[in-house]
Design a protein around this ligand. Structure first.
Ligand SMILES: Cc1cc2nc3c(=O)[nH]c(=O)nc-3n(C[C@H](O)[C@H](O)[C@H](O)COP(=O)(O)OP(=O)(O)OC[C@H]3O[C@@H](n4cnc5c(N)ncnc54)[C@H](O)[C@@H]3O)c2cc1C
Length: 456
């Protein structure tokens, strides 16, 4: 079967490439290959009753399927070049911003209308941060929320399904270069495409490494972010979250000079498990619908770890730390901040006695047995700093879930069109290593589609 364009992965990168190619009016014959399920069949078996923790499904419904890793996410579309990826280094800041705004318009016209756009412009919180040694990054944030994000994805799918051939439950095993295109080996046979767009996301990172080795595409990899997810009563952060929804705050530690940052803030949200390549880590999300909201706010505190030669396996380092928490806790570990700083393992009774109810059923434990000292010291330092701008952050009952690991895909060598050294082979979204967010991944899809269609 031969197509004009084959797209690997139906996450935001793949969806927005397909959307823009259809919209180009070129009548391309397009196929999307996705290892996971269609949106309505994506269901994580963890129900909190019969199945309490990850059972390692063949494809993870949280990470794989239509909508990609973002399908059940909080749907925070950050319109900024200050975080979320380095797409701007390839396509320029103005263009990256324009494309993110364009994606925002599409989301609004597909069910996202009426959702709130937050902005850091003119906020007094910046001054408060600066006075306390913290740095607030600039961004506009469209918060769709998990529920509206789902509606937008469903609407996009309904619009595309008759114009694009979707092959679900079809992992691509190999990409081969052929005369005039690419041969895609899948579990359901071989397919060909004149153009090939790979958007396999973070869950496809290991597979992507193999593709790059096979096709001799140069890569580099040297970063991983390791930390914890903090959960506290929503009132503690409400002055920040009410105004900004998500505040990205960066701190340079006094002890080591490491950068610690807040990441993925979920006001009145829930902490969730995340399964990457069989390793259970922690993440969070929240709903726009007040009926689904909780009394807690959660966010990650991450320490960026850059490695220099000769060490190359930064993701392997992060995985080993996550594996340690899985080994000790059978999954994610939760600890009260008070227990951590007084050197005690949290027990179920200490967690039950706390003035906060955890939103994730994790194993009470001791994060100091899992996290490297340098990283844990940085997190503790930042919690005390945050306590100055949001008193209560350093309360004894504040919950820390570990570990949260932000794996970075290796950076793939691509040009300003996001094209590899092989003509008509594009690598976009998180699997390229240059995007780490919904907005940047989506924008990269639009960028490549317009290039293929010759619309630029
Ligand atoms: C729980 C959670 C919450 C998040 N919240 C936010 C947020 O609020 N805001 C934000 O900006 N970002 C968030 N993110 C990150 C965001 O989801 C990703 O940055 C974004 O989805 C990347 O898009 P992508 O298309 O590059 O990859 P993905 O969304 O990962 O999609 C890749 C797709 O490719 C498929 N695939 C992989 N390998 C193959 C293969 N070999 N064959 C066929 N298919 C394959 C996968 O199944 C997957 O569906 C969150 C992530 C998680 C996990």
């Amino acid at each position: 079967m031969k197509y004009d364009v084959v797209i690997i992965g139906a996450g935001p990168g793949g969806i927005f490439s397909a959307y823009e190619l259809v919209k180009s009016g070129r009548n391309y014959n397009i196929a999307v290959f996705e290892m996971g399920n269609p949106l309505d069949k994506r269901k994580c078996p963890i129900d909190g009753k019969k199945i309490k923790s990850c059972i390692g499904c063949e494809t993870c419904s949280i990470m794989n399927g239509f909508g990609g890793a973002g399908a059940f996410s909080d749907g925070k579309y950050n319109i900024t070049n200050q975080f979320g990826g380095t797409l701007y280094e390839y396509i320029g800041k103005d263009r990256a911003t324009d494309l993110m705004m364009y994606v925002d318009e599409i989301n609004l016209s597909h069910g996202g209308e009426g959702t709130h756009l937050y902005s850091t412009a003119d906020t007094k919180i910046r001054k408060l941060c600066t006075q306390n040694g913290l740095h607030l990054l600039d961004a506009k944030v469209r918060h769709l929320g998990t529920d509206i994000n789902y509606v937008v994805l469903q609407n996009l799918y309904n619009e595309l399904k008759d114009k694009v051939e979707f092959h679900f439950n079809t992992p691509v095993t190999k990409v081969e270069k052929k005369d005039g295109g690419y041969l895609i080996n899948t579990s359901k046979g071989d397919f060909e495409g004149t153009y090939c767009i790979i958007s396999a996301g973070r869950s496809g990172s290991k597979w992507m490494e193999q593709v790059c080795r096979d096709l001799e595409i140069p890569t580099k990899s040297n970063r991983v972010d390791i930390g914890v997810r903090v959960e506290l009563p929503s009132e503690v952060f409400s002055h920040l979250t009410d105004e900004l929804y998500e505040s990205k705050i960066v701190y340079r530690t006094e002890k080591y000079g490491d950068l610690v940052r807040t990441f993925c803030m979920n006001p009145k949200g829930a902490v969730v498990n995340e399964n990457t390549n069989g390793i259970v880590t922690v993440n969070g999300h929240s709903y726009e619908d007040p009926a689904k909201q909780t009394d807690n706010t959660n966010f990650a505190l991450l320490v960026a770890k850059h490695f220099s030669e000769p060490f190359k396996d930064s993701n392997g380092y992060g995985e080993s730390i996550a594996r340690l928490s899985n080994m000790l806790g059978g999954g994610v570990i939760v600890q009260r901040f008070g227990d951590l700083i007084t050197g005690h393992r949290s027990t179920q009774s200490r967690i039950d006695e706390a003035f906060i109810t955890p939103t994730l059923n994790a194993t009470p434990g001791d994060l100091s047995l899992v996290m490297p000292k340098r990283i844990l010291d940085g997190i503790i330092e930042m919690i005390y700093k945050l306590d100055r701008i949001a008193p209560g952050t350093a309360n004894m009952d504040t919950l820390l879930y570990g570990v949260e690991v932000k794996f970075y895909n290796m950076e793939v060598s691509i040009d300003e069109n996001l094209e590899t050294l092989h003509k008509n082979l594009f690598i976009i979204g998180d699997c390229s290593g240059i995007t780490h967010s919904l907005s940047h991944a989506s924008a990269s899809g639009v960028h490549v589609a317009r290039h293929i269609a010759g619309l630029e």
